[in-house]
Design a protein around this ligand. Structure first.
Ligand code: ATP
Length: 145
């Protein structure tokens, strides 16, 4: 009977391949308009994701945390598919790499503002600001986990 359903099938996929697949109790995704909580029997939905944290409640009531870059979530028939430009579970995040990415992007943005970008270099303000958001998000997720 439909009312008996008490779990979701979650699949998280990035361009590098599957990130997570399993049955879970609840998923909270960083939708563009704010956090979106998904429980079993959620209405069919497609929503855009921003850079943020995805939290997953497992069937034994513990919470897992993932960093998610931009992408989409689709919910249908208790199946949640997250297609993200990048996603890592908190345990897979390398904080040193995120610190380096943050420093590099901040430095490139500062060079752009100061007009000191070398002529043969290709620095784009939007790309660097997105790199900053991804790195800060990874650091937030890894330090919480
Ligand atoms: P970097 O400059 O360090 O590559 P980035 O923000 O440009 O950072 P992305 O393009 O978002 O990296 O991701 C590229 C791939 O590297 C993805 O598979 C992503 O999961 C992985 N990745 C990026 N940063 C980290 C990190 N700090 N720890 C673990 N995996 C990471």
């Amino acid at each position: 009977m439909a009312d008996d359903r008490h779990f979701l099938r979650l699949e998280v996929v990035s361009p590098d391949g599957p990130v997570f697949e399993g049955d879970v109790a609840m998923v909270v995704v960083p939708a563009l308009r704010g956090e979106m909580g998904i429980l079993p029997r959620h209405a069919p939905t497609v929503a855009q994701l921003s850079v943020g944290e995805m939290r997953v409640k497992t069937l034994d009531d513990t919470w897992m945390s993932f960093a998610v870059a931009e992408g989409f979530v689709k919910v249908q028939f208790d199946k949640v598919i997250v297609l993200a430009d990048a996603s890592e579970s908190a345990g897979k995040i390398d904080p040193a790499r995120a610190e380096e990415a943050l420093a590099r992007a901040q430095e490139r943005l500062a060079m752009l503002k100061a007009g000191t970008v070398p002529e043969d270099d290709d620095v784009d303000a939007f790309r660097e600001s997105m790199a900053i958001r991804r790195a800060k998000n990874r650091l937030k997720v890894v330090h919480k986990g």
